[in-house]
Design a protein around this ligand. Structure first.
Ligand code: BGC
Length: 756
């Protein structure tokens, strides 16, 4: 859609929204009173009051019918297969919509996906919104730079606001327990501290725009195969020390207005009607005051879901019934199976979040003409280039010097653009999809590329001749590589929602790389993927870059790293396995089962996730967690571990740039009990990202979250730090830790219940 058409379309929508005042369908079923209450008579709009007090004041004014309205959300796009026509107030092509209540000045909740920017549902019959896309979540985490994560969040939150959305379904934090999971690209990867800090930073950036951000998918939604039916089974201590800890850390740092419960079952019960997850842990132990919204199609009951902690049903048409719709909820209230107090609590939580995050005080409107795409391109580029991980660089093949040479660029549609991940999170970049018609026809396809071609960015810097070959015929590609001074091969592994993926590159791309590498030793491979892939050709190529899905400025970012305009400073936030038999579950559970067949996934590894599993088992991965080369060299020294009078452990160390170029180091600190006793020999305890000029040193200190020194006592709901000796490591990745020390901890116990 061109901009003019888009704007005309959006203003029609706005008009429709204004006229609908509560929307057609909602008005039919609930008929809220439409008398206008004068603003002066709205004491809840007094900004000097707390969000709690304001929510209470407003709740008191609401009728039961109005209360039913706020807990029921509609899908924000037409769904032809189900003959679904969304209500009039939606933002077309969006994820969801909850009608507002004009009488009380409660705005509609307009919900948009997701973590990389303002997405558009592709089932929408309308043309797509074109917006800035950040690199994939996994790429942002690979920057190990929380300031960038926050900046990216602030940017996409701003685009969400200016696109008329006040709820952004962003903050994917599920730990990567299954490298084949098609949604790993959206998530915070495999370590609870890294995930918690990075995703928390993104959420706080989003919410700085006076909109709500929704952390998801709570919890253990670790594979897409069978996601609607599987039961993720795990022992409580293991969950508390891994996936739940990731949520907890991110939420403490960002106070998300909403939590999205997941599709899957958790220890038998659906996550969206799971008393343990929602009532006991989230709202009980963690004292969460925001609201729980369901994933789209994740609700299975009225009374059980409401009583066990779900506050808002989302995206109606995806659930089999309108479980929280006026009829079913009305019946449940009438027969007492859902107490009125619970409906009040659901509403209070939603309203509190809207007050707490400025949604009530700062209404959104569609003002997309105000989006500064040039400024936003710089933000996404900075994120992408710091997230690119240099995995191999034999003989310092990279960075390339600008100057006359013959370069072959091969494959991956590098002449057209860069790849993005598939599913509800997909953002359509400006200029549309330059490679239409690839991948699955239906959701989560087709594959969307962003029109920021690496080829043009390389050409702009090369100074010599740059020839492109599509890479479909390895023989022709090898011929071009043989006739060139060096070859840059782009290989792509598309992943997406609702599916899981093999770790082997598709479409004969391994054969392509092998053929090119045979023809020219100076072969650089740029991998675009949503997670780890196997690299059977690794020993034969000169250099490898993991570029993930690099977002709408991805082509520029890749070229800037290749030409050394910035250091290669990404570090792997995830283990690249060498083979499937190294995984806790070499065979993907549920694979091949008829759709809808319930099955269990046993997360018997508990908190031994990712690098911890590899460390514990002594497996040698293809590339370890934390790994990534720079264009300079760093050394590590001066490790100390100091226990403060309050018992807090602070780790300090130094890093020095020994090379001749400015570079960014990511010194990592790990800790583990001498003699063992944890789920793994060591845990990530902290890190820093530091830019250093040649010869420069920097000293840094990291206070360690005491939960990372503890195990979880389920019976007492306490974190337990055992007294004794602990080993501390400092270095460049989980397997490259040259500096160590030891520290004695006195040991202590503390409650996992926040109110205590
Ligand atoms: C996804 C969510 C998403 C929602 C709305 C679901 O399929 O699992 O992550 O926010 O759709 O589009």
């Amino acid at each position: 859609m061109n901009n003019r058409k888009m704007r005309a379309f959006m203003s029609t929508l706005l008009l429709a929204t204004a006229l609908s005042a509560g929307t057609a369908r909602a008005a039919e079923s609930a008929a809220p009173a439409t008398t206008t209450t004068a603003p002066t008579a709205r004491p809840w709009m007094d900004r000097t009051l707390s969000a709690d007090a304001r929510a209470d004041l407003l709740l008191r004014e609401m009728t039961v019918e109005e209360k039913k309205l706020l807990v029921f959300g509609y899908f924000g796009s037409p769904f032809k297969e189900r003959n679904y026509v969304p209500p009039a107030g939606i933002r077309m092509g969006s994820a969801g919509y909850i009608p507002g209540i004009d009488r009380l000045g409660i705005p509609a909740q307009w919900q948009t996906d997701a973590g990389v920017g303002v997405a558009t549902q592709r089932d929408s019959s309308e043309p797509m919104r074109e917006r800035t896309s950040l690199p994939a979540g996994i790429a942002t985490v690979a920057t190990w730079n929380p300031a960038l994560a926050r900046q990216g969040g602030t940017m996409i939150g701003k685009e969400a606001r200016l696109s008329g959305f006040n709820v952004m379904l962003a903050g994917g934090i599920n730990l990567v327990r299954e490298p084949r999971n098609g949604r790993n690209f959206e998530y915070g990867t495999e370590d609870p501290l890294l995930a918690g800090i990075m995703v928390g930073a993104q959420i706080s950036g989003i919410q700085s725009n006076n909109i709500v951000s929704t952390i998801k998918h709570y919890a253990l939604n670790a594979q897409e195969t069978g996601r609607f039916v599987l039961s993720a089974n795990i022992d409580e201590a293991g969950a508390r020390m891994s996936d739940l800890l990731a949520f907890e850390i991110a939420m403490e740092r960002s106070n998300p207005g909403s939590v999205m419960c997941a599709y899957n079952r958790y220890n038998g019960d659906y996550a969206c009607e799971n008393d343990f997850l929602l009532n006991k842990v989230l709202k009980g132990d963690w004292g969460y005051k925001g609201y729980v919204m369901s994933d789209w199609g994740a609700v299975h009951s009225t009374a059980k879901a409401a009583n066990n902690g779900l506050d808002q049903e989302s995206g109606y048409i995806f659930d089999k019934e309108m479980f929280f719709g006026a009829d079913l909820l009305g019946k449940a209230l009438a027969d007492g199976s859902v107490p009125m107090a619970r409906l009040d609590d659901m509403n209070r939580r939603i309203l509190r979040a809207l007050f707490d995050h400025g949604v009530m005080d700062n209404p959104v409107a569609v003002e997309d003409h105000k989006i500064d795409y040039d400024a936003h391109a710089k933000i996404t580029r900075a994120d992408a280039e710091e997230g690119i991980v240099l995995l191999k660089n034999q003989g310092d093949l990279l960075p390339l010097a600008a100057g006359a040479s013959r370069i072959a660029v091969i494959g991956g549609h590098a002449d057209k653009g860069v790849m993005s991940g598939g599913g509800s999170s997909t953002v359509f970049g400006r200029g549309g999809n330059p490679v239409p018609g690839t991948g699955p026809k239906n959701f989560p396809g087709p594959i969307v590329y962003h029109a920021n071609p690496p080829l043009a960015a390389i050409q702009a810097r090369a100074g010599g001749t740059v020839a492109f070959d599509a890479g479909t015929d390895p023989v022709a590609a090898a011929k071009l590589a043989g006739d060139s001074d060096l070859a840059i091969v782009f290989v792509n592994q598309w992943t997406g929602e609702a599916m899981d993926f093999a770790l082997t590159l598709p479409d004969n791309q391994d054969a392509l790389v092998a053929a090119v590498a045979q023809a020219n030793k100076r072969t650089i491979v740029v991998v675009q993927s949503g997670g780890p892939v196997f690299m059977p050709w690794l020993k034969d190529v000169g250099a490898v870059l993991a570029a993930w899905y690099p977002g709408t400025a991805g082509g520029e970012a890749i070229a800037r790293v290749i030409y050394g305009e910035v250091d290669a400073s990404g570090r792997l936030p995830i283990t690249f396995p060498a083979s499937l038999d190294q995984l806790p579950r070499p065979k993907l559970d549920g694979e091949g089962l008829p759709d809808g067949t319930k099955f269990d996934v046993s997360y018997m590894e508990g908190a031994t996730v990712g690098y911890k599993w590899f460390d514990q088992k002594g497996h040698k991965p293809l590339f370890p967690f934390g790994y990534g080369l720079s264009y300079t060299d760093f050394s590590y020294s001066g490790l100390t571990a100091a226990v403060g009078s309050d018992g807090t452990l602070t780790l300090s160390g130094s890093v020095t740039n020994k090379g001749a170029r400015t570079g960014k180091a990511v010194p990592q600190l790990y800790i583990g009990p001498v003699g063992g006793g944890w789920e793994a020999p060591k845990r990530l305890a902290g890190w820093q990202k530091l830019e250093l000029a040649p010869g420069a040193s920097s000293r840094f200190s990291v206070p360690v979250d005491t939960r990372l020194l503890a195990t979880f006592d389920v019976a007492k709901k306490e974190w337990v730090v055992k007294p004794g000796r602990y080993k501390v490591w400092l270095g460049a990745s989980v397997v490259d830790l040259p500096v160590t020390t030891e520290v004695t901890l006195k040991g202590n116990r503390f409650s996992a219940v926040k109110s205590k």
